[in-house]
Design a protein around this ligand. Structure first.
Ligand code: FES
Length: 73
C-alpha cells in the first residue's frame, strides 16, 4: 500500500500529528472516537476519506504511533 497523503482537516485545523497524538494518548481507533478525541472531521466531512485512510494505515502498521511525548500545553 502506498503512504497516504498527510491528513489535514481544513474546517477544524486539525493536523495528522494531532490525530496521531490522540490515537497514541487515548488509544482510539474508530472514526467517531477519533473525531471526539481530536475534533477532526466534525464539520463538512470532506476529509473523511483521508481520515479513514489514516486510520487504516495505522491499523495495518504502515504508520506507527511511536512513544507519546508530554504535551507542551
Ligand atoms: S475538512 Fe474536515 S470537516 Fe471539513
Amino acid at each position: 500500500m502506498s503512504t497516504p497523503t498527510i491528513y489535514h482537516c481544513y474546517c477544524t485545523g486539525v493536523t495528522q500529528k494531532r490525530v496521531l497524538r490522540a490515537m497514541a494518548e487515548q488509544g482510539v481507533r474508530e472514526l467517531d472516537d477519533v473525531r471526539r478525541a481530536s475534533g477532526a472531521c466534525t464539520a463538512c466531512q470532506s476529509c473523511r476519506c483521508e481520515l479513514e485512510a489514516l486510520l487504516a494505515a495505522v491499523a495495518e502498521g504502515s504508520i506507527t504511533l511511536g512513544p507519546v511525548k508530554p504535551s507542551s500545553s
